[in-house]
Design a protein around this ligand. Structure first.
Ligand SMILES: Nc1ncnc2c1ncn2[C@@H]1O[C@H](COP(=O)(O)OP(=O)(O)OP(=O)(O)O)[C@@H](O)[C@H]1O
Ligand SMILES: [Mg+2]
Length: 492
């Protein structure tokens, strides 16, 4: 897989940059050097060839003057001494070929048929170097000498130089690698160590480590700044920890105080309720006795007043009972007895106790339950108290229509048993439903109409339900009616 240059470790980047820069420098230098050599070699080869041609020109001058082509051809044979010369020819002023020389038979064809008089020149053509020289006698041009040589000599010298260049290149490359790997350690080393420190801190969250400061350059400054940052973080987190510890200590102390105060309150409530109950029971009991007229006749006024005393007394007693229960639950002193409870029989008891109350208000009172016994693990007293509270509320807040107690099995997995109380009464607005289960919350207090009660019933019932591992759920629509239900696990 190719890793992009950006993702390479810094050491590799430094190395690559060094090698690429070094190699391109050397390569450019070598190319320039070899090009220069090529030009120089060509120049000197052309000068050599021109000199040989000029000598041959001087040799053939008498032959041209005496119009003796044979002598000219013989003179040209002297060119054999220069093995690079492939072919040569002498042309007269009118461009006609006068004499020729060729190293081998097939090279004759390389000679032009005619050559017009022109200034001396040289050029490279195909695989050969060509030189054309004027032949001059007594300051007057008498003909042209054309000579062609192969490039063997140039090629050989160039090859030699290229080999040297490649050797130098390879040696320089190796040297560059060694130097850059040393340099890499110097340049990338500190950055790498900084990165490793940062990584260790990120993974271990240990701010006490420090980066090593190796130099006074930018990486050194970076490492110092990094260390300074670490020092500050360490300081701040220590400060923070100290503050958290201090606050926690204060909080613990406050909590302890609160718990003691709460306990005292619960104890006070429990004792007070208990102390209040005894005289209250006496008041209710003796009022009852008076009302039974055992101790003598009563006037109708006296009877009415005594009935009010008894009702108020009972109301006070139920309030005190609720408070006592709540105090007990709050202080964790309630331990429910979990035993199999037959829900049907609880429903029957509640219906027997409260049915007459509903009928007295002109409400239809319905009880729906299956034939089979539905048994849940629970506490009979708690379950009855919940159902009595719910049914009492339904009757209290319904002025016409019905109140229905229902017991049924739900098709949930695992199977559960649901107890519910539904009414066609006042209902509760959505916004109020959250407050229902708060202590001392009463919803229907506006509009001048007041209902009996303290707003503890649902709060207490929900606490009892929680002890049974269940929750009372309310579904209600304002003005239409309400449904309170709780689902319990069935006994195996
Ligand atoms: N079935 C219901 N229909 C309409 N409103 C209800 C119903 N049940 C409860 N509420 C509303 O919820 C409030 C709280 O009920 P809760 O039983 O806690 O108190 P309470 O009945 O007023 O007093 P307590 O039960 O302590 O005698 C009630 O005051 C009433 O406004
Ligand atoms: Mg109530």
């Amino acid at each position: 897989m190719m890793v992009s240059f950006n993702d390479l470790p810094i050491s590799r980047k430094v190395m690559r940059v060094n090698v690429i820069v070094g190699a391109s420098l050397l390569l450019t230098a070598s190319v320039a050097f070899i090009s220069y050599q090529l030009v120089m070699f060509t120049q000197s080869a052309a000068e050599h060839l021109a000199t040989a041609a000029d000598i041959a020109g001087i040799d053939v001058t008498p032959a041209i003057l005496f119009n003796d082509p044979r002598a000219a051809t013989e003179s040209l044979t002297a060119l054999r001494a220069s093995p690079n010369v492939e072919a040569a020819a002498v042309y007269t002023l009118d461009g006609r070929m006068f004499a020729k020389y060729a190293r081998s038979a097939q090279e004759v064809s390389n000679l032009p048929e005619s050559l017009s008089f022109a200034p001396s020149s040289h050029r490279i053509e195909g695989n050969g170097l060509i030189v054309a020289r004027q032949i001059v006698s007594d300051g007057k041009p008498i003909g042209m000498l054309y000579a062609r040589s192969d490039l063997q000599g140039i090629r050989q010298r160039l090859r030699g130089h290229a080999e040297i260049a490649v050797g130098v290149l390879a040696a320089a490359f190796a040297l560059a690698l060694v130097v850059s790997s040393k340099l890499e350690r110097k340049i990338a080393g500190p950055i790498r160590s900084l990165a490793e420190t940062a990584r260790a801190i990120a993974s271990k969250r240990d701010y006490s480590v420090r980066a090593e400061v190796r130099s006074k350059d930018e990486t050194g400054v970076l490492a110092e700044a990094f260390n300074e940052m670490l020092r500050r973080i360490e300081e701040q987190s220590a400060e923070l920890e100290a503050r958290v510890a201090e606050r926690t200590e204060k909080l613990t102390a406050a909590n302890k105080e609160l718990a003691t105060a709460n306990e005292a309150k619960d104890r006070f409530l429990a004792t007070m309720s208990h102390e209040l109950r005894t005289p209250l029971n006496a008041i209710i009991g003796f009022t009852g006795t008076l009302l039974m007229k055992l101790s003598g006749p009563l006037t109708s006024d006296q009877e009415n007043q005594l009935k009010t005393v008894r009702t108020s007394g009972k109301h006070l007693l139920s309030l005190i009972n609720d408070l006592l229960d709540l105090a007990k639950i709050q202080s964790g002193k309630v331990e429910l007895k979990l035993e199999p409870v037959n829900c049907g029989s609880v429903v029957n008891d509640v219906a027997t106790a409260l049915g007459p109350l509903a009928q007295a208000k002109g409400l239809r009172f319905e009880v729906i339950m299956p034939e089979e016994d539905l048994v849940v693990p629970g506490d009979r007293r708690a379950l009855s108290q919940i159902m009595i509270n719910l049914t009492n509320n339904a009757i209290k807040f319904t002025h016409q229509g019905f109140v229905r107690i229902e017991l049924k099995k739900l098709d949930t997995e695992p199977e559960r048993i649901e107890l519910s109380v539904t009414d066609s009464g006042a209902g509760i607005a959505d916004a109020d439903q959250k407050r229902l289960f708060q202590p001392f919350e009463q919803i229907h207090t506006s509009g001048g109409r007041t209902f009996e009660g303290t707003g503890l019933g649902l709060h207490l019932s929900q606490k009892l339900a929680a002890l049974l591992g269940a929750e009372i759920v309310c579904r209600s629509e304002y003005g239409k009616g309400s449904r309170f239900s709780l689902a319990l696990q069935e006994s195996a």
